[in-house]
Design a protein around this ligand. Structure first.
Ligand code: ADP
Ligand code: PHD
Length: 810
């Protein structure tokens, strides 16, 4: 014999009702079917009662909707004929009783718990008679006659002994199909209608299954089984094939709504398996819950959470070593009907924290303050401290037992993502680790843990890309073309969750489709500003995230500090932050280290060339950088390689801009500012404290050319052409070339135009290439030389991409 329970979602629509009929009629065994109210009806009954009790005449409209929902259901699922007429008589009678009760409440403006229980019982009474008529040959039973409760601590609790006896008596002869309303019961002494609590139909079914020694209890709902996490929050959650009773209990007790927690015990006691199935997808295997579940796979089976948490903390040296303090805490709370779902006490015994629901917090504080009034007055214990708005998360799995490293992995993952754990608890059974976080971090917490424990084959990196000029655009193209390969071959899911340019920004947790992102940004993007980026990115509170700055903006660079402080790594093509005041640079590095995130800017010097990483590797392995000599400006090298009798200086500058080598304002290159910035960054990475103003500059363009607007500059620059051409001719005759060289030695930095002959390593430097010579303690007689493209969108974008990949750490 089987017991099948169909939840509100399974009897909520015409299609689902017809599925229920098909599923039940296909079973070749005796079956007892337990049903809930039509989806959403219990909530609506409660809402309508409250409206009527508060004198809101709008309750009539709600009541009409309740009537229509049931009548329409009858007309659509039951074919015309005698059966339908008989059913309509019963349904109409129940609905008219309900209408009268609501009217009574509205008139006297009073709603007692007893009336409330009566009202909600109509949900299951109505649904069960509809389903009983729908399923061929089904016989209806009134669960109020055999599910019996008694009142304890102001709550209706099941009287198991009496109920079991009555269930067995009622089903001495079990028909082929029996139909039972779930949830509802009656008081064993007064006969008043009661219920088993919200979600209680699962419990009704479990009680019946256990009392009658059913072969299986099937819970039919709207998901493919118990999932690794709440699928409404974690889109990547997937069904768990097998769970033990203990694991199922831990999960549903902690918010996995798919099964009402008390359901597990009766069937577990009788070793009856529970099968969770999807009414909308009956072919899916579902989840089987039994004594011994498969433990061969992951360390944890599922994650559940309760958003509604208040942590009450009792502290005081007067508690240390005193016997009976905990006894008094729990006795007081129990006497006041307050349920505690998390307890955390330090071994020093001077502080105990307990997790309760927010609605119980004020009462819990009050009764505990009263219980410990004497100790509080003597100063031995402080008054209770309540911290609301929190959430409790639990990771569950019997595999955790004796497996070292689970807590380490859990808390490490949370820490790296900037999630603060306010309290935690793990029982010696080692099947559950629970912890409390800020309510606002719940989504991020669940995502982070789900990702690290369940989706480890896919690591996710969430990217915000700011600036879609030449470098940003090229980066997005490169990511787009590599996304699938990285996923398949490296298990890395690179998701771009935000894109912004100077005037538009768009964000989506699911990841932006990169095919038409420019059009989408223009059409659907919100107005962008530094503030918008700051608030949206921090507000999204998304895990494993990286802010990628492909702008040259000082304002954008000013955001890094807050991003790093919120555990968002920063990858910058923008040089401003790393070359700004030494204190700012040092602070950003400090915050990143402290927060366990990365601040990377490899492309700040030499575009995609591995310059900074090389310096870091040398230093980290104990070497010392003694001298840096370099041509660091792709623009200037391009200009000095281009300049000829046919192409004067002014034209080479224009060409450099048009080819995308120079900064948007080429004066930043010509003034040496760009090279100074790069030298400062290299020196700092080499372990020296250097600021831009400490670098000596010998320029080749007079200072006056850098004053005024960019247009003024373009107008004035041809006036230098003749002089440059004369100097170039001399240089040519001497077999020399111009190189704009940056040098750092003995703590001093210099940038200047140098004339190099054919024996100098910089002589042959072609195009816009860069060259860096590092003289170190180890590379001394023969310095290390790094050379290659030092500018250009695609190599710079590739360098940024490499920084991003190093954060993914694969
Ligand atoms: N870990 C989980 N596994 C499956 N479902 C979950 C989990 N956590 C929360 N849920 C939610 O529980 C819902 C099923 O419970 P409920 O709405 O009470 O169904 P029913 O109406 O069938 O009783 C699912 O639709 C899902 O959104
Ligand atoms: N109808 C009741 C009982 C129940 O179990 O419903 P569902 O199976 O839809 O969770 C409620 O909403 O609480």
């Amino acid at each position: 014999m089987k017991v099948l329970k169909f939840g509100g979602t399974s009897v909520g629509s015409v299609n689902s009702m017809l599925n229920v009929k098909k599923i039940v009629e296909a079973i070749d065994d005796k079956v007892i079917v337990v049903v809930s109210a039509l989806g959403g009806i219990t909530d609506k009954l409660i809402k309508t009662s409250n409206m009527a009790a508060s004198g809101d005449s709008g309750y009539e409209k709600e009541m009409k909707e309740i009537v229509n929902r049931h009548i329409e259901m009858v007309y659509t699922v039951i074919p015309a004929g005698e059966k339908r007429e008989l059913l309509l008589d019963c349904v109409n009678e129940l609905l008219s009783e309900l209408k009268d009760i609501f009217q009574g409440i509205y008139l006297i403006r009073d709603l007692s718990p007893k009336t409330s229980s009566t009202i909600v019982s109509y949900g299951e009474r109505l649904s069960s008679i509809i389903v009983a008529t729908l399923i061929d040959g089904a016989q209806w039973f009134d669960s109020r006659l055999f599910i019996k409760t008694e009142k304890k601590h102001n709550k209706h609790i099941l009287d198991s002994e009496l109920t079991n006896r009555l269930v067995r008596e009622t089903f001495r002869e079990i028909p082929r199909v029996s139909l039972v309303p779930g949830f509802i019961s009656s008081d064993k002494d007064t006969g008043e209608v009661t219920n088993l609590g919200r979600g209680g139909s699962d419990y009704t079914a479990s009680i019946i299954a256990a009392a009658l020694d059913a072969d299986v209890l099937e819970i039919w709902t709207d998901v493919d089984g118990f999932m690794t996490a709440d699928p409404r929050v974690i889109s990547t959650a997937y069904p768990i094939t097998e769970l033990s009773y203990v694991e199922a209990m831990e999960l549903c007790n902690f918010g996995a709504k798919v099964v009402y927690p008390p359901t597990i015990y009766p069937v577990c006691h009788k070793n009856i398996p529970i099968l969770i199935k999807n009414t909308f997808n009956p072919d899916a295997p579902g989840t089987i819950v039994k004594q011994e579940a498969d433990h061969s796979s992951k360390a944890i089976k599922g994650i559940s959470s309760i958003n509604d948490t208040c942590l009450i903390t009792m502290t005081g040296l007067g508690m240390v070593g005193v016997i009976g303090v905990n006894y008094r805490i729990f006795k007081t709370l129990a006497e006041n009907g307050i349920s505690v779902f998390l307890v955390s006490q330090a071994s020093s015994e001077n502080s105990t924290s307990i997790g309760v629901r927010n609605e119980d917090a004020a009462l819990a504080c009050k009764v505990l303050d009263e219980e410990f009034a004497k100790e509080i007055e003597m100063g031995e214990i402080s008054p209770m401290k309540a911290e609301g708005g929190l959430a409790t998360v639990a990771i569950v799995g019997e595999n955790m037992k004796h497996t070292p490293g689970i807590a380490g992995k859990l808390f490490g993952t949370l820490g790296r993502n900037g999630i603060n754990v306010i309290a935690c608890a793990q029982g010696a059974s080692e099947t559950n680790i629970s912890f409390v976080v800020e309510g606002g971090s719940l989504r991020k917490t669940l995502n982070v843990i789900h990702d690290s424990f369940f989706l480890s084959e896919y690591q996710v990196l969430n990217l915000f890309i700011c600036g879609i000029g030449t470098v940003g655009h090229s980066l997005i193209d490169q990511i787009h073309s590599q996304q699938e390969r990285l996923k398949q071959e490296r298990g890395l899911n690179l998701k771009i969750v935000g894109i912004a340019n100077g005037h538009k920004a768009m964000f989506t947790r699911a990841g932006i489709d990169l095919t038409n992102y420019r059009e989408e940004l223009e059409e659907k993007g919100m107005p962008s500003s530094t503030q918008v980026l700051h608030d949206e990115i921090i507000g999204m509170n998304i895990f494993n995230s990286v802010f990628v700055d492909c702008t040259a903006s000082e304002e954008i660079a000013s955001l890094y500090k807050d991003f790093l402080g919120h555990n968002i790594s920063v990858v910058a093509a923008n040089k401003i932050a790393a070359s700004s005041d030494y204190e700012i640079y040092a602070e950003l590095k400090r915050i990143a280290r402290h927060r366990g995130v990365k601040f990377l800017f490899e492309t700040n010097v030499g575009a995609g060339l591995p310059v900074i990483n090389t310096i870091n590797d040398l230093i980290n392995s104990g070497d010392k950088i003694l001298k840096i000599e370099a041509v660091l400006s792709g623009t200037l090298n391009y200009i000095f390689n281009e300049i000829s009798a046919d192409v004067p200086l002014s034209q080479t500058i224009r060409n450099a801009k048009e080819q995308g080598y120079s900064e948007p304002d080429p004066r930043i290159d010509l003034s040496g500012t760009d090279v100074v910035r790069k030298l400062v960054i290299l020196a700092r990475e080499a372990g020296y404290c250097l600021n831009q103003e400490d670098v000596e500059k010998h320029l080749f363009i007079p200072d006056s050319f850098f004053e005024g607007s960019l247009d003024d500059f373009w107008r004035k620059i041809p006036s230098l052409d003749a002089d440059f051409e004369a100097r170039r001719k001399v240089l040519e005759r001497e077999g020399k070339r111009w190189r704009f060289v940056a040098r750092f030695e003995g703590g001093k930095g210099v940038v200047e135009l140098v004339e190099v002959d054919r024996h100098h390593p910089f002589y042959e430097l072609a195009g816009s290439n860069n060259i860096i010579l590092l003289t170190t303690e180890r590379y001394n007689e023969y310095p290390m030389l790094i050379q290659g493209y030092g500018a250009g969108a695609s190599v710079t974008a590739a360098g940024v991409f490499a920084d991003i990949m190093s954060i993914a750490n694969i």
